[in-house]
Design a protein around this ligand. Structure first.
Ligand SMILES: Nc1ncnc2c1ncn2[C@@H]1O[C@H](COP(=O)(O)OP(=O)(O)O)[C@@H](O)[C@H]1O
Ligand code: SF4
Ligand SMILES: [Mg+2]
Length: 335
């Protein structure tokens, strides 16, 4: 059986809404940002799950909560079967070796006062690997993997002496240097020039393959996601609205939101019969998400009061293709 590396169950992260002093005194009820609002998924060994959706849908928060950089509000996170939801910092430390993150902004995520060598060797030192020779060897191997060649030319450089692409290669090398079981990459190429996005992503994929890493790829770019991921989950206002394989979700999209996102993706096949829909307006506030189906205020397929009043369940419409929309209620199939 394939090993499940990461599993989340009914995971929620709500942030307190910071109110002014006067408002805090007069307000009857505490307000929360429902950033992540009850999501479930799992990633098996060596598989890539994409997490996609517009800005503000809760993708970054999901990645950070799974990494335990943010405390979850409720729900559970399992790493290789172990419940890590509430582990304290000391108990998390040995797991940090196996769980890594690559952040969106290579200009902010690397310490400007550290050399490339220090940046990449830091996770090893934190894990108690102090043998200088071993550290040096590992740094050299991963720099070669990251195509920062020859390594000797890069190890003494500081981040400001690198291009954006090279910085993201360093961040990737740092994430993979300890051969982790699980890596989250949060829009890792979105701040880079379009011309180098594909090659940096390719680098990550080659490392994922080499080290059989389970990978959570966070993106708003479905054009890239469909070439990268095995499975994909589409998020809207803190919830997953559609989930399945790339073929199911991208090429046989069912949810009106996924279809709307797909419209923004240039289609190389002009004969494609994809239904073209238009997505209206801005994403609503997650402080007070719309009742019923959260997408009802913008949905081009709106079918009436049921959308406004009843929250659609995420159901399996066949072979693990999950969708949360009343258009498909009653089409639930056993896996
Ligand atoms: N630390 C925070 N405090 C309050 N609200 C936050 C915080 N971080 C994120 N949010 C809010 O949570 C929602 C989801 O944000 P985020 O996870 O960054 O979405 P995405 O990565 O999909 O753009 C947004 O409305 C955002 O403003
Ligand atoms: S439940 Fe209704 S509003 Fe929501 S996506 Fe489906 S048709 Fe649109
Ligand atoms: Mg984000």
């Amino acid at each position: 059986m394939t090993e499940t590396v990461i599993k989340v169950e009914n995971l929620k992260k709500w942030f307190d809404v910071k109110m002014g002093f006067f408002k805090t005194l007069t307000s009857k009820q505490k307000l929360f940002v429902h950033a992540v609002d009850g999501i479930d998924f799992e990633i098996t060994k060596g598989k890539i799950l994409g997490l996609a959706g517009e800005s503000g849908s809760g993708k970054t928060t999901t990645g950070r909560v799974i990494m335990r950089l943010l405390e979850p509000t409720s729900g559970k996170i399992f790493f290789k079967g172990k419940d890590i939801t509430h582990l304290d910092a000391d108990s998390m430390r040995p797991l940090r070796r196996q769980m890594q993150i690559v952040f969106q902004d290579p200009y902010e995520s690397l310490n400007p006062r550290m050399t490339v060598s220090d940046i990449i060797s830091e996770p090893m030192k934190l894990q108690g690997i102090t043998d200088e020779k071993e550290v040096e060897e590992r740094v050299n191997i991963i720099l070669e993997d990251a195509k920062l060649i020859p390594p000797g030319e890069f190890i003494f450089r500081y981040p400001h002496e690198l291009s954006g692409g090279q910085r993201q290669r360093v961040a990737t090398a740092r994430a993979f240097v300890l051969n982790p079981e699980f890596v989250v990459a949060d829009e890792p190429v979105s701040m880079l020039d379009a011309s180098i996005r594909a090659e940096i992503l390719q680098l990550m994929l080659s490392l994922v393959k080499k080290y059989k890493t389970s990978f959570l790829y966070i993106t708003h770019d479905l054009a890239l996601a469909r070439h990268v991921c095995d499975d994909i989950a589409i998020m809207y206002l803190g919830e997953i609205v559609e989930q399945g394989t790339i073929d199911q979700v991208i090429f046989e999209s069912l949810h009106p939101y996924t279809r709307a996102l797909m419209k923004a993706v240039p289609d190389p096949d002009p004969s494609s019969k994809r239904i073209e829909v238009v997505i209206k307006g801005e994403i609503p506030s997650p402080v007070n998400p719309p009742p019923g189906c959260r997408f009802h205020t913008r949905c081009p397929s709106y079918i009436g009061d049921v959308c406004k009043k009843v929250k659609p369940k995420l159901i399996d419409v066949g072979k693990g293709h999950l969708v949360a929309c009343h258009l498909y209620s009653g089409k639930s199939k056993k896996k």
